[in-house]
Design a protein around this ligand. Structure first.
Ligand SMILES: O=C(O)CCC(=O)C(=O)O
Length: 254
C-alpha cells in the first residue's frame, strides 16, 4: 500500500514494481453509488456486455446454453454507458496522477478495458498470467490501467495477482502460449510466478498497473459478485496504430 507516499512516490513505485496500490482514492459512498448502477445494468444485462461463455476462460460456462451461460464478465464501454463511471474516469485525481506519470497530457483509450468487471460466484472464470499489451497496438508499450475496487477484493473472491518487476523484463516469445498467456509450465516462468503478490483492496482503493505487468486472477469463491471499474490511459504522444483495434474508438483527451 502506498498511502504514506506522495503522488510522486506512488508514480515511482509504479515505475519500479509495475503496479502500485493507492488506498481510498474514492469515498465509500461514491463507490456504493457506482456499484448500484452496475447492479441495475446487470439485471437484466443492458448495453454492450461480454459474457463468460464468450471467452470460455477456465471455469466459465462452455456455451450460452449451459448452466450459467448468460453470466456477464464485463459491462463494456463503461465510459459511454454511465455518467458516474465517466466522472471517475475523467476526474482531476486521475488526470493529475496520469500526467505526473506520463509527463504530458493524457488520453483515455475507449478501445481497451473501459469496462466494469463483474466476477460472479460459480460461473465467473479465472484469468491466466498475461500482459495486457498482448492485443494492444500503440507506438510504445507504455499504458497504465486503473483498477478501482468497488468492494473488498481478496484472493477468496478472485482478486488480482501481480508479478513485481515483470513489466521491465524482456521475455522471449516462447515463454507465452499461442493466446499470449505466460506459460506456467516453463520452469523459469513458474519461478517468477512464485514471487507474485495479491494485494487486498478495500472499496475505493485503486491499483495502477503497467500494460506489461504480468497479472492473473482467480475464481470468486464467495457468494457475492465482485465489481471493479477499469480504465486505461496513455500519453497523447503515444498514438494507437492506425487500422488496429486500439484505434477503433475515438480517444478521450483528459
Ligand atoms: O478479474 C480477472 O479475472 C482479471 C482481469 C484481467 O486481468 C484483465 O482484464 O486484464
Amino acid at each position: 500500500m502506498a498511502e504514506h507516499f506522495s503522488k510522486r512516490g506512488q508514480v515511482e513505485l509504479l515505475r519500479q514494481h509495475g503496479f502500485v496500490v493507492v488506498p481510498g482514492l474514492l469515498p465509500a459512498e461514491r463507490c456504493e453509488a457506482i456499484k448500484q448502477a452496475a447492479r441495475t445494468e446487470l439485471a437484466p444485462p443492458q448495453g454492450p456486455v461480454e459474457f463468460e461463455a464468450d471467452l470460455r476462460y477456465p471455469g466459465a460456462p462452455q456455451s450460452h446454453a449451459a448452466p450459467g451461460g448468460n453470466t456477464v464478465r464485463r459491462l463494456l464501454d463503461a465510459y459511454a454507458r454511465n455518467a458516474l463511471y465517466r466522472q471517475w474516469a475523467t476526474s482531476t485525481a486521475i488526470r493529475n496522477w496520469m500526467e505526473l506519470y506520463f509527463g504530458e497530457h493524457v488520453a483515455l483509450s475507449r478501445a481497451h478495458h473501459n469496462c466494469m468487471m463483474t466476477k460472479h460466484p460459480t460461473y465467473g472464470s479465472l484469468t491466466g498470467w498475461h500482459r495486457d499489451v498482448r492485443y494492444w497496438a500503440f507506438e510504445r508499450e507504455d499504458l497504465v490501467s486503473v483498477w478501482l475496487a468497488l468492494g473488498t477484493e481478496t484472493v477468496e473472491n478472485g482478486a488480482l495477482w501481480f508479478v513485481p518487476g515483470s513489466h521491465a523484463v524482456d521475455f522471449a516469445p516462447e515463454r507465452f502460449d499461442k493466446a499470449k498467456f505466460f506459460r506456467a509450465d516453463v520452469p523459469e516462468n513458474a519461478a517468477l510466478i512464485s514471487t507474485a503478490v495479491s494485494p487486498v483492496l478495500n472499496p475505493g482503493d485503486v491499483v495502477f498497473f503497467h500494460c506489461n505487468t504480468l497479472h492473473s486472477a482467480g475464481k470468486n469463491l464467495t457468494d457475492d459478485v465482485k465489481f471493479s471499474l477499469v480504465f486505461t490511459y496513455h500519453g497523447v504522444s503515444n498514438a494507437p496504430v492506425p487500422g488496429t483495434r486500439s484505434a477503433a474508438k475515438p480517444e478521450v483527451p483528459l
